[in-house]
Design a binder for this molecule. Structure first.
Ligand code: 3EB
Length: 317
C-alpha cells in the first residue's frame, strides 16, 4: 500500500507515514478505509512535516496544518505547506501533482472574503503560482470541511502531469467570478492519469453547480440529480481524451453529505445511479454553504480492472 486513509472524527498522521487520518467520519455501512495500492517496492518517510510514500509509479504525501482558528493564518500556513509539499515531490522525482484532497477545519467559518475556504484558496493559489502551475496544469482536487483542529492535505504526485479535463456544463473553477472570493479555486474538474494499460480518471469534488452558480438551494433530491448530470458530462468529456474510445466506469466514489440526517436519501440515490460502484459516505461540510452533497472519486477507462497496477479500493476495517 502507498496510502491508507482512515475515516473518523480525528485528523492527523498515524504511526506509519502512509497512514492518514483525514478527519471525516463515515456515515453508515461497514466501516472501511481507502487504500491506494501499487506494485513493487515502497519507500516511505517523514521530512519537514511531510509524510510520504513512493513506488515506481507514484508518490503520496500528507501534511497537517494548524492555524488556531484564524483565517489569515490558515491562508499563510496553506501557502507554506503547499510550497513544502511541492518541494518534496520535486526532490523525490514525482514533480507533478495529479490529485489533491483538502480536508479543512471549519471550512465555512468566517464571513465574505474572510471565510476560511476563501482564504484557503488564496494560500493554495500563491503556492501554485510560485511553482508555475496554471489553468492548463492544475490537478484534480476536493475541498471539504470537518470539525477537527488540523486541516489535512494529502496528494498524489506523478513523474508526469496528468491531463486536466473540464466540465462542459460548468465554468472552470479557475474562472469563477470575483463574487466567490479573492482567489479563484485552483483545480481541474478531473485529471486523466496513465497507469500502464489503463487510465485512471481522478474526479474532483462534483456538486450541484451549473455555470458558476449553485442550483437547487434547500432541495436535496434536485441537488443529487444535478450532481449526477455533472458526473455524466465529465465522463462523456473524458472519453474524448482516450485512444480506445472506451467509456469510463466509476470505480470508487466518495460521497460527502453535509447533514447527517440526509444519509439515507443520499445512499439510496447514489446506489440507484451507481449500482455497481463502491461508495463511501462521509459527513463533511461543503465549501459553499448552500450545497448539501458533493461526490468525488476515481473512474477507470478500460476493462482491464483485474490487471490494474495502481488504484484505490475501499477495504473493510
Ligand atoms: C465547486 O464545484 C464545488 O477548492 O479544491 C469542488 C472541488 C469544490 C474542489 C477546491 C472546490 C474544490 O466549485 C467546490
Amino acid at each position: 500500500a502507498l496510502a491508507v486513509v482512515s475515516f473518523g472524527p480525528h485528523s492527523g498522521p498515524g504511526e506509519d507515514p502512509r497512514h492518514i487520518h483525514c478527519g471525516l467520519p463515515q456515515l453508515g455501512g461497514e466501516p472501511v478505509t481507502e487504500v491506494w495500492r501499487t506494485t513493487g517496492v515502497v519507500h516511505s518517510g517523514e521530512e519537514n512535516g511531510c509524510h510520504w510514500a513512493q513506488s515506481e509509479d507514484a508518490l503520496f504525501v500528507a501534511r497537517w496544518i494548524e492555524d488556531g482558528g484564524d483565517a489569515l493564518a490558515l491562508r499563510d500556513e496553506v501557502s507554506r505547506s503547499y510550497r513544502q509539499l511541492l518541494t518534496l515531490i520535486q526532490q523525490r522525482g514525482f514533480p507533478r501533482i495529479v490529485r489533491a484532497w483538502n480536508y479543512i477545519a471549519d471550512i465555512n467559518a468566517g464571513a465574505g472574503d474572510m471565510e476560511r475556504y476563501r482564504q484557503f484558496c488564496a494560500g493554495r493559489q500563491t503556492a501554485f503560482s510560485d511553482w508555475h502551475y496554471s489553468n492548463e496544469t492544475y490537478p484534480a482536487a476536493s475541498a471539504l470541511g470537518h470539525r477537527c483542529d488540523k486541516t489535512a492535505v494529502y496528494l498524489l504526485a506523478g513523474k508526469h502531469a496528468a491531463r486536466p479535463i473540464e466540465n462542459p456544463r460548468q465554468v472552470s473553477a479557475y474562472h469563477y467570478p470575483r463574487e466567490y472570493g479573492p482567489a479563484s479555486p485552483s483545480f481541474a474538474r478531473a485529471a486523466l492519469m496513465d497507469c500502464g494499460a489503463t487510465q485512471l480518471l481522478h474526479i474532483s469534488g462534483t456538486a450541484s453547480v451549473v455555470g458558476h452558480e449553485s442550483q437547487h438551494e434547500g432541495d436535496l433530491a434536485a441537488q443529487l440529480q444535478t450532481t449526477f448530470s455533472n458526473l455524466d458530462a465529465l465522463f462523456e468529456r473524458s472519453t474524448e481524451h482516450t485512444t480506445q474510445g472506451i467509456h469510463p466506469a466509476a470505480d470508487l466514489l466518495k460521497v460527502y453529505v453535509r447533514r447527517e440526517e440526509d444519509y439515507e436519501t443520499v445512499r439510496q440515490a447514489v446506489s440507484a445511479r451507481f449500482p455497481h460502484t463502491q461508495s463511501v459516505f462521509l459527513r463533511a461540510d461543503i465549501c459553499r454553504r448552500e450545497l448539501l452533497v458533493e461526490i468525488d472519486g476515481v473512474g477507470v477507462l478500460s476493462d482491464a480492472r483485474p490487471h490494474q497496477a495502481f488504484g484505490s479500493t475501499a477495504v473493510n476495517e
